[in-house]
Each structure stands twice: as C-alpha cells, then as structure tokens.
Design a protein around this ligand. Structure first.
Ligand SMILES: [Zn+2]
Length: 427
C-alpha cells in the first residue's frame, strides 16, 4: 500500500445518494439518506468504554476546544516519517469540525534526546518523535497528554476538569510495519491525545472491531479501513469530541449529548437542463456538518460582458436546494439579475421552506417557513463567475453555464445552511 496515494474523503460522495421525489418549477428534486455513520448510543459506548479501566486517559480528556494543536515532528526524523505524520494529520482533519482543525508544522522540533529521557512539553503542540524501541523502552507507539510543568495535564477552571494543552506521540523506528501501518499508528496515537480512550484495546476489539483505535489480531496490530484509514466509528468519534462533547462530561452526560446523533447523511439534489446539458446542484449533511455542490453545464463561449446578444439587465430564475444545521432539507426560488454595464447585480432566494430531517421534501408550498423566508445578496461578476459583495451572512460562489450564458449555478454556504442553486436565463 502506497503511503502517498490519494486519500478518500469519506464525507464527499462521488454521486449524490438521491432518487427523484418531486419537481420544483422545472427542477427535478432528488432526496435520499445514506447510512455512513454510527448511532449516538454506539458512539457514546465507545467513547466512554475506557472509563471502566484505570488507564491514564480515564477522564476522556480533551484538548481545550478553543485551541486546536499544532503537530510537529522532533528533529532526526526521516523525510518519509515527516510525510507520514503530515498525512496522518490530513486524515484526521478531514473529519474534525471545520472550525477545529489541527495544523501541521513541517519545521522540525529540535530535541537532543528521545522522548522519555527528561521529557519536555511544548504548549499547544503534539510533538511526534521517532526512536528505536531500545531507547524508548517499548515497541510500537504511545501517546501521553500533559501541559502542566510537572508533565501532568493542567486543570481547567471553566470546565472544572483536566484538559490537554500539550502532548507527545512516540513511534518505534523498528516497528516493522509498512509505511501505511506506521502512518495509521500515528493516527491512532494522535487519536489518544485528542481524547479517545485507554489501552485495553485488544479486549475492546471484540466489541468495536471497526476502529483504528482498536488492535486487530490480523492487521499488524491495527485495524485500518483501507486508504482512508478511519472507519465510520472513528470519523464520528473525532467529530463528536470537538463539536457536541465538552471536557469533563460524565458518562451519562456523554450519552445525553449524543442522544440526537444521526448515523445517516441527508442528501438533496436538483437537476435541470441548460442548453441541452444536465446541471446538478444540492447539498448533504448531518450532525451540523453540511456541504453544498454545483456541477455541470457547458463553459460559456465568451465572458458575460462580451456576450453581444445581451444588453441592459440580464436575469436568471431557478431554484435553491440545501441542508440546514438541523439536517432539514431547504428549498426556495433563486433569482439572479446582472447589470451588463457595471457587472453588479443581486441574487435573491425567496419562498424558503423546509422539511424535517428524514422527511421527504414535497411540492412547493408544502414545507414549513425557513427563517424569515428569504435571503438576499448583492453580487459582482468577474469573467463568468460571481461572488457576493454584500447582503445577508454567507458565502456565494456562482458561475454561468451554457455557451451563451443560458444558465447559472452556484453554492451558498452559511453557518446554518449549505445549499446549491441554479437557474435559466429569462427572455
Ligand atoms: Zn493505543
């Protein structure tokens, strides 16, 4: 297995998991759910299981949530090891919340002696070192959380519990596994420092065989889910630890906090034709994480400003389809108008309505009012793309489609909504 091959992005499906359910003003609306996670009860059981042991991680200790760590490799590591750590950080960052991402700093952390011999803690840092197991005193990998001057984790007044503000990961150079296994070992050890469990994992494997945090009897010591490394249980664990869970939560509080955790992603999609080509747009999401997309349509033959067939103000009308922070589906009308001299315009979403998570979206007018029913943006066109210049909160990324700008398509991303939109030029 190559250590440098591309890594699947688990939350980004190649094709939307939808089937057609209704038509909104000429746009075929698709809807579907895909079970790609674990239930809240499974997740809570996994994340609290280790508390029945007397492991050093018995508190289920988290980094203080406002300060994602920087990951650095101690001096002396080979370029191959450094690359493996970089990839391990990327693998975990893909499933951590967008607002809680680790940073990989390739600058080596200068150290004279291997971890364990007069250990030093670097605030805000996960320091990864590589050494022969003879120097480290054991084979494989291990992680330790600390931060206070004496090497223990500091007490946090806000959460009234111990939190991690610094940690160390150590990996054997004579581990014996492939590069991919060594990389998975780094993922596993960073998983410990981020707050996943103790180390009686050979037993836990019987309960949770599909986790990189458990030891497999067959896969060179670790369970690895192919190139993506992480299983659904791992992905949901990392997400939950730094979104809905908080430091110091009891077992009972952890079960409560994960009571509404969804094991399936909601998908909504729209499809319509622009000058004979299919254009699709939509969004998918669960547990407060949403992503929008828009694709298809021919590239215009010239920039919008150079389209001699258009003058004055051009207008496009169509639909918006999205997923909100509660995983409800959201639909509405989309209208774009552009002054062809100034290339400034407006993008308005009106009649916004929603259907609860798990409920199939119906015909226009059958949903519940979403927000106050509309969102409006001023936009500016550059070439054949447009972005928001003002208006409501959110980021608009749009473009024109069709040789003669017969269509427009784009995405709207907000804290409470991710949506795709598209429409056709009005005569
Ligand atoms: Zn472990």
């Amino acid at each position: 297995m190559s250590a440098t091959g591309s890594i699947e992005r688990p939350q980004m499906p190649r094709a939307p998991a939808t089937r057609p359910v209704v038509t909104h003003d000429g746009v075929a609306v698709g809807y579907g759910t895909r079970k790609d996670g674990v239930t809240g009860a499974t997740l809570a059981g996994f994340l609290t299981h280790h508390r029945r042991t007397d492991s050093p991680y018995s508190e289920g200790q988290l980094w203080h949530p406002s300060t994602p760590p920087v990951v650095r490799v101690a001096s002396g590591a080979t370029p191959q090891y450094i690359q493996e750590v970089r990839e391990a950080v990327e693998i975990i960052n893909r499933v951590l919340p967008p607002d809680w991402q680790m940073t990989f700093d390739p600058t080596p952390r200068q150290e004279d002696q291997p971890f364990g011999h007069g250990t030093v803690w670097y605030p805000g840092e996960i320091t990864v070192n590589y050494a022969p197991s003879e120097e480290r005193g054991r084979l494989g990998g291990f992680a330790r959380a600390g931060g206070a001057p004496d090497g223990s984790p500091p007490f946090n007044e806000e959460f009234q519990t111990y939190v991690t503000t610094s940690s160390r990961v150590s990996i054997s150079t004579d581990h014996g596994g492939s590069s991919a296994h060594r990389r998975a070992l780094v993922v596993h050890e960073i998983g410990h420092t981020l707050g996943i469990g103790g180390d009686s994992w050979a037993e836990i494997y019987k309960l949770y065989p599909n986790s990189v945090m458990t030891y497999s009897p067959t896969q060179h010591g670790l369970s690895i889910n192919g190139r993506g490394v992480l299983y659904a249980l791992d992905r949901d664990s990392f997400r939950a630890l730094y979104s809905v869970l908080q430091p110091g939560m009891t077992v009972e509080e952890t079960y409560d906090a994960l009571g509404d955790w969804m094991d399936s992603t909601m998908h909504i999609s729209g499809e319509f034709a622009v000058a004979g080509d299919s254009v699709t747009f939509g969004a998918f999401g669960k547990n407060g994480f949403m992503e929008a997309y828009a694709r298809g349509g021919a590239t215009p033959a010239m920039n919008l400003a150079d389209n001699a067939a258009l003058s004055g103000t051009a207008a496009w009308a169509g639909r918006l389809l999205g997923i909100d922070a509660e995983s409800s589906t959201v639909a509405g009308a989309a209208g774009l108008s552009v002054d062809l001299v100034t290339l400034a315009g407006s993008l308005d979403f009106t009649g916004l309505e929603s259907w609860a998570a798990g409920q199939t979206p119906g015909a226009i007018g059958t949903g519940a009012l979403w927000g106050d029913g509309d969102l409006g943006y001023s936009i500016s066109v550059r070439g054949n793309a447009f972005v928001q210049t003002g208006g409501d909160d959110g980021v608009v990324a749009g473009r024109f489609a069709g040789a003669a700008h017969e269509g427009m398509v784009g995405t709207l991303e907000r804290n409470d909504l991710a949506a795709g939109f598209g429409g056709t030029r009005q005569p």
